[in-house]
Design a protein around this ligand. Structure first.
Ligand code: NAP
Length: 281
């Protein structure tokens, strides 16, 4: 079984991006800039944002974090986004989710210029992705896609089963694999026989949030299994895939942690650089 090393793949991608930033700096005499807005003091969000900033600095991006307390008014955040939209030194804007209840997430997402939407959540980018046009692609599914392509460069005609249909993961994942000529099935909580669906798959991407949902006998030999889940349990952090069981059957599998997670941040940097390049045309 191939253990898909997300940490190594992310380090390789960051290295490639670092070289790219050096080239862009030489060509344009400026570097891509990423601005993250962090609202409140949720520990996981703070950790993510710190890691994003560290990685952005590592590859040579200009990085900035704007922090607001939980009590910040929605209007203040929207005005700041408008200001960043106009700022030419800012290539990408990310508002760390989740947001406090009094702030409308969709309004925030739609205020970010689609051309600076490094998360790929703006409806214009969602539409572009599903129409097969160039767009920012949500970072986690993009990371999954790059990991799958490392194991199997030619996905033509492969049967992919996505477990979970969230806007963040499942839906964009299905679009990316459809674009690669996979036959894609998207499953969800009302799917009748998930095991039977998974048994048909050459590729399984599990993005559910249920610890170890995907079992060993749900997976054919030669299936590539990507585990997006991050679940806190008594035995520590586990994914949506039963690692011990599935690793005995699958052709390739991502571990949790150390699989998809590191690729998510690397893809955020990639998206920021892509936004910068498109803005220079
Ligand atoms: P989400 O928005 O809660 O969506 C979960 C999806 O799973 C929904 O579509 C839901 O179906 C489906 N589902 C629930 N129970 C199911 C079942 N028994 N069988 C089949 N499908 C079922 O979750 P998310 O934001 O996509 O996140 C999923 C997991 O990924 C979480 O563990 C999260 O922490 C993790 N995550 C990891 C990263 C990373 O960087 N590695 C990034 C983001 C998220 P319905 O639509 O029918 O409700």
């Amino acid at each position: 079984m191939i253990l898909i090393d997300g940490k190594k793949a992310a380090a390789e991608l960051r290295d490639k991006l670092k070289h790219e930033v050096t080239g862009l700096k030489a060509k344009y005499n400026k570097v891509p800039g990423l601005t993250v807005i962090l609202i409140g003091d949720l520990t996981p969000s703070q950790i993510y944002v710190r890691n994003k900033e560290k990685s952005a600095n590592e590859v040579g991006l200009k990085s900035e974090v704007i922090k607001y307390p939980d009590s910040v008014e929605e209007k203040t955040v929207l005005e700041k986004i408008e200001e960043l939209n106009k700022d030419e030194t800012v290539s990408g804007i990310l508002v760390q989710l989740p947001l406090p209840k009094h702030i409308d997430k969709q309004k925030v997402i739609e205020t970010i210029l689609p051309s600076k939407d490094v998360d790929g959540f703006h409806p214009i980018n969602v539409g572009n992705l599903s129409s097969g046009y160039e767009s920012s692609v949500p970072c986690t599914p993009l990371g999954c896609y790059l990991l799958i392509k490392k194991v199997e460069p030619n996905l033509n005609g492969k049967k992919a089963v996505i477990v979970g249909r969230s806007n963040l993961n499942g839906k964009p994942m299905s679009q990316l694999l459809l674009k690669e000529n996979c036959t894609v099935t998207v499953t969800h909580s009302k799917t009748k026989d998930l095991k039977a669906e998974c048994l048909e798959a050459d590729i399984i991407v599990a993005a559910v949030g249920i610890p170890e949902l995907v079992k060993g006998d749900w997976v054919k030999k030669d299936t590539i299994v990507i585990d997006v889940g991050i679940n806190k349990t008594d035995k520590g952090i586990v994914g949506d895939v039963d690692f011990d069981e599935v690793s005995k059957n699958a052709k390739a599998l991502t571990p949790v942690p150390g699989g998809v997670g590191p690729m998510t941040i690397a893809c955020l940097l990639k998206n920021t650089i892509e936004c910068f390049k498109r803005s220079q045309i």
